[in-house]
Design a protein around this ligand. Structure first.
Ligand code: ADP
Ligand code: MG
Length: 348
């Protein structure tokens, strides 16, 4: 059989980890990114740099690949859709279009009778006057947000006026949930009635950025079962192929809410590399390349810590790790504040 060439759009650490997983399966990866310094070029087989709107460059990429997937959601829908006319794109562009828009995403989840935070669309300045019901809340841009970017805490109507909002961008206001904890469920869907689902992961965020994750999550059985059921329902309804992540909130009264869906592998799932026989990355590759599903086996409990900004420095200087610790350096050249630079997983 000739070697499969998998195209991956996006060149961050998720692209790197997908490439490493593909290599183990004898699959070649060709990464397309608009950032010439993409860390994933150190891990993939071929790297193409170009804008996500550069039709010629994209065509060059498409010619070299058999199947296309992506590692981040903010890719122009038109681009994915055009690629999909020529090569099989998984997950489908329509899935990405739905999820990259916070309002469409939340409407979709609510239609499945799954609880989300209360939210309201904000299109113009006068929408703001009637919002007391949603305060305190968090204002979010409807598109392009990640790691808390494009989010503003709002305690009173006057907070809006202090922000210089461009309403053309589109916003939603979400009521703040009094969080007890956050969890995520990672699921890989291979087809009808064919899933691989990992146990819920408990996540702690600092400044809206994931700081650490662990399994098992300290949650009751009802939440454990409901979070998995909702995740299967969402994956099925999307007819999803590949790995996706559902982020959940749990409030002080143990109510479960879906926060958001990530149509891709996810930071909270990094611990699956060491804690399971098949990682979220390998599972994604298996699903999008139509390889067989391997039964999932948990090998160990685990904890993952993100190394953000300068926190990577001591580890790069060969800080000693114990045998049950695994250090990942994303090989980003520039250390920046709030930038995810690497992570450490500890098996416990
Ligand atoms: P991003 O796309 O940046 O991950 P999220 O909507 O997941 O955006 O928000 C990031 C984090 O901010 C969440 O994981 C949570 O800790 C906090 N947060 C966001 N929205 C709410 C909310 N409505 N109530 C409480 N906390 C929130
Ligand atoms: Mg999130």
């Amino acid at each position: 059989m000739s070697i499969l060439n998998l195209g991956i759009i996006g060149g961050g650490q998720l692209g790197s980890m997908l490439s490493s997983a593909a290599r183990k399966l004898n699959i070649k990866t060709i990464i397309y990114s608009d950032d010439s310094l993409s860390p994933a070029q150190n891990f993939c087989d071929e790297f193409i740099c170009g804008s996500y709107k550069d039709k010629e460059k994209i065509l060059e990429f498409v010619k070299r690949v058999d199947i296309v997937t992506y590692e981040f959601e903010n890719i122009p829908f038109e681009t994915l859709n055009e690629i999909n006319k020529l090569k099989n794109v998984q997950p489908k562009p329509s899935v990405n279009r739905l999820i990259q828009h916070r309002l469409a995403e939340k409407d979709f989840i609510n239609k499945l009778n799954i609880r989300t935070t209360r939210y309201v669309n904000i299109e113009k300045k006068s929408d703001i006057d009637t919002l007391n019901d949603f305060l305190p809340g968090i204002l979010k841009t409807t598109t392009m947000g990640y790691d808390g970017k494009g989010q503003y805490p709002i305690n009173s109507i006057s907070d809006f006026n202090k922000l210089n909002l461009n309403f053309a961008d589109g916003y939603i206001l979400e009521k703040l949930v009094k969080l007890k904890k956050e969890i995520s469920v990672i699921i890989t869907r291979f087809g009808i009635n064919n899933h691989s689902i990992y146990e819920p992961i408990e996540n702690v965020h600092e400044n809206q950025i994931l700081k650490h994750s662990k399994i098992p999550a300290d949650i009751n059985d009802k939440i454990l079962i409901q979070s998995k059921e909702w995740s299967v329902l969402i994956a099925d309804e999307l007819k999803y192929i590949g790995t996706l992540c559902i982020e959940f909130f749990i409030d002080k009264n143990d109510n479960l809410y879906v926060n958001e869906i990530a149509p891709r592998v996810h930071n909270s799932g990094h611990l699956t590399i060491n804690a399971y026989n098949v990682s979220q990355f390998e599972n994604h590759i298996r699903a999008v390349c139509s390889l067989e599903k391997k039964p999932l086996e948990k090998l160990s409990n685990a904890k993952m810590i993100n190394l953000i900004g300068k926190e990577i420095e001591p580890y790069r200087k060969n800080l000693e790790l114990s045998k049950n610790q695994f250090f990942f350096d994303y090989q980003k050249k520039e250390i920046r504040e709030k930038r995810k630079m690497g992570h450490i997983t500890t098996l416990i």
